[in-house]
Ligand binder design. Structure first.
Ligand code: NAI
Length: 370
């Protein structure tokens, strides 16, 4: 049987640091094990176009491993060509790079290593919130450039204390973000999610539910996006929705780039309607060199805190998602049931409630929250 893994290139860093498990060099630490099971493992980062290793190897592949950090985009067309494909494993969290409806039609199982990097992302969200609100990056750039101008950076620097912060989606990550903000004495912590938190969970993080997204945005000084990318969230933050946000507010997106419209975000930042935008996810990955999110600035020259897709791939997270990937494949090979928390689609149905409100949600595993 052929197992195909599309991972990111580690280069020198991966040869010097074996804990970079999510790279083509270190192969999630499963290369020997797959071989011992008598199967073939092909690992590549070459993923675009019909001549790529990904597309050439796919027709014979039974298990496909992909990662959100360097996504092998498994479109409906490619699924149609992947006649032997039975299992797609996302080494990480977020399976939007797979056409889940097409996977359902073919009864391909899509599983991810749920929870594997949720703390890593939540920490990055808090980092990005602090960075934007304190206007950290322009201040740091000033120092590196040999300059010293306190007023130029203090003019856009605030405290997190006393601010209203809201999350779109209060699942594993959104919940942990609000948990981690408890010490900052925010004025209010709000959430918008189509599913309500259990009362105890909401009480523990002093979060208030707002029933409409627009209503929540109008109240927030800062909004953090923590829901999956699906039909209901693609391009959700367009010019119209962003115009409902408070003038001078901040937007943090570590969920998926395509939840926000590229140009709408850039326009809102350069006009100053958004004082800043930050995150690690891009609508296309790797992001092209001329992607406007790399260079956008607010009218005072700051307000941009973008990094490559890295929040969920700390070395701690890589260990967890590498182990989780192995466990999913092990169960598949042994004909055992998968952990229900890891299943996104199975047997032609959505097994997760997180990818949109659907009547046909099969097992509806978990309510939002931790
Ligand atoms: P989760 O499944 O625990 O929670 C997602 C929550 O979003 C659920 O409560 C769901 O009801 C809610 N939701 C779905 N659609 C919504 C909508 N239209 N409006 C409001 N809420 C909605 O997922 P988890 O673990 O919290 O991860 C969330 C997303 O974060 C992932 O799907 C992935 O896209 C992204 N992620 C990013 C990483 C990174 O490295 N930047 C790493 C891990 C996840």
């Amino acid at each position: 049987m052929k197992v195909l893994a599309v991972l990111y290139k580690g280069g020198q860093a991966a040869s010097e640091e074996p804990r970079l498990l999510g790279t083509i060099e270190n192969k999630l630490g499963i290369a020997d094990w797959i071989k011992e099971q008598g199967h073939e493992l092909i690992v590549t980062d070459d993923k675009e176009g019909p001549d790529s290793v990904f597309q050439k190897e796919l027709p014979d592949t039974e298990i496909l491993i992909t990662t959100p950090f360097h996504p092998g985009y498994l479109t409906a067309d490619l699924i149609a060509k992947a006649k032997k494909l039975k299992l797609c494993v996302t080494a990480g969290v977020g399976s939007d790079h797979v056409d889940l409806n097409a996977a359902n039609e073919r009864k391909i199982t899509v599983a991810e290593v749920s929870g594997s990097n949720v703390v890593s992302v939540a920490e990055h969200v808090v980092l990005t919130i602090l960075n934007l609100v304190r206007n950290y990056t322009p201040a740091h750039e000033q120092i590196v450039a040999g300059k010293w101008n306190v007023a130029a950076v203090a003019r856009d620097s605030f405290d997190v204390e006393g601010k209203v912060i809201g999350t779109v989606g209060v699942g594993r990550i959104g919940y942990r973000v609000l948990q981690r903000l408890q010490g900052f004495d925010c004025k209010e912590l709000l959430y918008y999610d189509y599913a309500e938190l259990p009362a105890e969970a909401a009480k523990a993080i002093k979060a208030r539910r707002v029933e409409s997204l627009e209503e929540m945005l109008a109240q927030c000084d800062l909004v953090t996006i923590n829901c999956p990318l699906h039909e209901g969230t693609k391009g959700l933050f367009n010019a119209e929705l962003i115009s409902k946000m408070k003038k001078g507010s901040w937007l943090v997106n570590t969920a998926r780039g395509a939840i926000c419209e590229r140009q709408a975000v850039a326009d809102a930042v350069s006009s100053g309607h958004l004082l800043g935008y930050g995150g690690d996810v891009w609508d296309v990955q790797p992001a092209p060199e001329d992607h406007v999110w790399r260079t956008m600035r607010n009218p005072n020259g700051g307000g941009q805190c973008m990094v490559p897709h890295m929040s969920g791939t700390t070395l701690d997270a890589q260990k967890r998602y590498a182990e989780g990937t192995k466990d999913i494949i092990k169960r598949y090979l042994a004909g055992e049931k998968q952990d229900p928390g890891n299943l996104i689609v199975e047997n032609g149905e959505y097994a997760s409630k997180a990818y949109g409100q659907r009547k046909e949600n099969a097992t509806g595993q978990k309510p939002p929250g931790p």
